[in-house]
Design a protein around this ligand. Sequence first.
Ligand code: GDG
Length: 512
Amino acid sequence: MSDPKPQKSDLVILYHRQPYEEEVKDGKTVFKENKSPNGIVPTLKGFCARAEQGCWVAWKEVAPKQQAKFNRRVTIDDAYGSYDVIRLPLTAEQVKSFYHVTSKVAFWPILHTFPWLFNSEDADWDGFKEVNRLFAEAACEQVSDDGLIWIHDYNLWMAPHYIRQLKPNVKIAFFHHTPFPSADVFNIVPWREEIVDSLLQTDVIGFHIPRYAENFCGVARALRGVTLGEAQDVQAPMVSSGMALSEPTVTPYVEHGDRRIMIDAWPIGTNPSLIRDYLSRFDAGERAAEIRNEIGDQHFIISVGRVDYTKGAKEQLEAFDRLLSRRPELIGKVKFMMVCAAAAKGMTIYKNAQREIERLVGSINGKYGTLGWTPIMLTMRPIPFEQLVPYFRVANTCWITPIRDGLNLVAKEYIAAQQGGPGALVLSEFAGVAVELPQAILTNPYSNTSMDQAIDQAIDMSREERIERSEALLKTVETWDIEFWSRHVMEVFDNLDASKKKSDTGETPKAA
Ligand code: GDG
């Protein structure tokens, strides 16, 4: 389809999800704000809207017969401003192969260090590359000559390769939302060289924490012999030693041939002022009071995650079973609310995880429940963020124990909703966010003993200690919030501009 708008974009964001929700009203499709005004999508929309003619590229499932007349471009004018969205029409077959199978079945376990779940036969590598090529072409059609293409996440690993072929001089940034595993795990992927070569076509690669950046640099050095820039000390709030994911230093750039690729390790923040605003609303206060009323004086534990073996729901339920068996005095005195949003249709890989959760919840409720008391309240429907916040406010303990997690924004949201109140956070050492939040009750989800000690500690902790920790955590979450991250990213992008200009005049680009 020809492009009705010749104007080029300074910033093109490639993110697999569309930045709005579609609803059909009276036979017409209307575009609505996402139900969750938190998280990464609104932040990226903000970037898009601030840019000179920002643009977002996502995919949309469209039946083959409808593709010819499908309107790829929509202009969104929302609370964030005005920007265009290019929807790449993919067939159901392509969505399944690219997203559900190759990304989620094949690569997801590698990224999260579950290598025994990886089978290269699961991956449709050619199909994956084809979709990445479509994203790259759409981005290149859209971007201005001195614009920036900002690619999000591993399912677009190969986009830089295709973009560089089409636009040798455009600036490319890449942000990795998941962990980046160590070379021992990453190198299991048979297409490792192609992936690393593609990432080395970018100008900057962002990760949440130094460990993932160092893992990437290690892979690039082992496979492609890149030269590493001189390591720099990691900065507050990230803890530099003594934790499962801590690193004392971080590599600021790698050099490969005549290219220098900046490496940036900075965790995304949450939006504490939005959460504060929600809580100051009368209905939120009322809702929190209602929840507290229903719970009574039980110790209220909340956990929020998706159905995904990496999120550790099974291990958590087993720990809860042990808790009630080890400490029968808690029967009738604790309530565990598990919010575990079921995966989208077509994700066969998550079916087993979901069945296991349902089985365990049924078994625990059957084992300990009475007519008047059910230990676990499981919800598999996603809860809109606004409705989640009052639960965060009321919960005595937030239990976040993924086996692996790139960052985990829920932990930060709980802290923000507590506003320094007496809520305890039990947090896996293997969630990226742990290196920012050492005052949480840290636990190792691979160890039953550690999981048992952590939940005991949360339940038994004095109010004074809870408040002391909660206040320290709040300081971190409020200081390094989403605004801070956005400013940091803008600075990184501005430095790219500066180093590009220097290289155009023949000067060697310097590290930021
Ligand atoms: C990936 C990485 C990384 C609202 N209702 C529900 C729900 N929400 C909101 C939460 C939170 C967001 O969804 C989930 O964010 P997370 O960071 O916890 O997790 P992923 O979706 O796995 O995101 C992750 C992130 O990218 C950002 O880079 O932190 O490591 O895996 O804002 O409030 N979430 C769930 N159920 C609901 O009902 N699960």
